[in-house]
Design a protein around this ligand. Structure first.
Ligand SMILES: Nc1ncnc2c1ncn2[C@@H]1O[C@H](COP(=O)(O)OP(=O)(O)OP(=O)(O)O)[C@@H](O)[C@H]1O
Ligand SMILES: [Mg+2]
Length: 254
């Protein structure tokens, strides 16, 4: 599902942020990416989301090698991987509802079913009733939740989230983690970078820890292909499938 082989990453001519990283995440796993500030957690997630290229090595996501991905296959990657960045990148010239609609509109979804999905996603993150507000009228935590709604509306096979609970109080952090847990339970592979060790320990079954110059995988060194760990909390699901985490329209696919 996600496989790093001898991956190096530096920005420009700078030092290696990541050096010789090897791991393999199977479908349906819930992985916590930990490490001190500046160690490279966001960098790792951006590599998986195809938002930054590796400097060296091979990254496979959903059976596709990212460095070999032709331009026409990029939209497929964007649908397969839901990304929630540290900086939410919301659009402030339109409503919360329109922000969530955007990924579906880009794919040419029929408006009615897209709208139903968008409303379900907003409901899932506790933003029902705030659809018509501009993101500027939302609190930091609400903006964070809006970014999560936008990432899940596509029902991606993989969700990666960078500090999704950083701006949230305890109750809302828990609520958001439960949203991720629900998606993971229906087979969505989930990777979350966070500084909140205690919270993550309650959800993730595996930790990838990045320290400057050091990488540790709680599942041990990368295993050879076909020897991957079975997921602990969810049935394995092939990459082509679509999650149905309790809302939306079964049978409809993106
Ligand atoms: N676009 C960029 N250009 C140059 N250097 C960068 C860029 N993005 C990140 N870096 C550097 O890469 C290193 C790792 O950054 P990264 O954002 O991945 O860390 P992080 O573990 O997510 O930290 P934090 O916990 O503070 O979010 C940092 O030293 C940072 O300065
Ligand atoms: Mg970061």
């Amino acid at each position: 599902m996600i496989e790093f082989q001898h991956v190096f990453k530096s920005y420009g001519r700078g030092r290696n942020i990541l050096a010789d990283i090897n791991f393999r995440v199977s479908a349906g796993e819930f992985v916590f990416v930990s490490g001190p500030s500046g160690a490279g957690k966001s960098t790792l997630l951006k590599l998986i989301g195809g938002l930054e290229p590796a400097s060296r090595g091979s990254i496979q996501v959903n059976g596709q090698r990212l460095d070999k991905l032709p331009a026409r296959a990029r939209p497929y990657l964007r649908r397969a991987v839901g990304v929630i960045l540290q900086d939410t990148h919301l659009l402030f010239d339109r409503s919360a509802f329109e922000n969530v609609m955007l990924p579906l509109a880009v794919q040419g979804h029929p408006w009615d079913s897209a709208a139903a999905r968008a409303r379900a996603a907003l409901d899932k993150v506790g933003l029902s009733g705030k659809e018509d507000l501009n993101p500027i009228e939302l609190s930091g935590g609400e903006q964070q939740r809006l970014a999560i709604a936008r990432a899940i509306v596509n029902r991606p096979a993989i969700l990666i989230a960078d500090e999704p609970t950083a701006n949230l109080d305890h109750d809302n952090a828990q609520r958001i983690m439960n949203v991720f847990r629900d998606f993971n339970r229906v087979g969505v592979t989930t990777l979350i970078a966070s500084h909140d060790q205690d919270l993550m320990a309650r959800y993730a079954s595996r930790t990838l820890r990045i320290d400057p110059g050091k990488f540790a995988d709680s599942h041990g060194p990368a295993s050879p292909p076909d020897a991957g760990q079975p997921p602990q909390s969810a049935p394995a699901r092939t990459g082509g499938g679509r999650a149905e985490p309790g809302f939306g329209h079964p049978g409809e696919s993106a």
